[in-house]
Design a protein around this ligand. Sequence first.
Ligand code: FES
Length: 273
Amino acid sequence: MTTTATKPGVGPSGPHNPRAAITAKTLRTDRWWLAPLITFVGLGAWVTYATVRVFMHDYYFVEAYHYLTPFYSPCLTDRCVEGSALFGTPLPSWWILPEAAFTLPFLLLFRLTCYYYRKAYYRAFWLSPPACAVPDGHAKYTGETRFPLIFQNAHRYAFYAAMIISLINTYDAIIAFRSGDSFGFGLGNIILVGNVVMLWLYTLSCHSCRHITGGRLKHFSKHPVRYRVWTFVSKLNVRHMQLAWITLGTLALTDFYIMALELGWFSDLRFVG
Ligand code: FES
């Protein structure tokens, strides 16, 4: 390793640079590139799959069991197949318009502005920086204080939207306990409910949620209910990164299962009805 370190405070940009002058790109010798690489591949694969599915405009609803994929919920274009549109079909069937055109932009905003995903894609896609103690891939760093990244501060509002969308997904999962006009229960229900539970855990583990429940309080002792809620959210918050990835998995699994049923690749495993 060829490195040259000089006095702290005397860096390559002059005496005001607070960093030591180190000629090596990084002093890290571990596989620091592995985490951003896995993130790049994982997020890239998921976004590709979701984009293809959203613009497929097909195989999103199993009429016999009322399974609707979350990628198409709520279904709002006049292309929505019979029984899949629970809130009417106010939108035209333009190819460029997803069936869930009212919810997907907010879900995208929610994930894009999420504190965890920001870290993930700043590192994996923008290399800004790719890892701790590894130089930024860009000459200049301006943080999130100016356009366009200043809009990351809208995360709290995206959180409110995500709460409403989670309610819609919950409703979808509940009304899927049907087979024809009577009660029914199959593997698809387990997948739908599992996805919704994970979506709720991810949404509630949000850093904004933690601040909403317990922020700006001087005395927790005077707000015992908020303290309890904040304690619960804080416990979830510790697992936020894991929940972010788990929900990507459950969303893709739910969508894929419903698409596969519709394509006739296999049948739903039915326990009742
Ligand atoms: S911080 Fe990740 S969803 Fe809010």
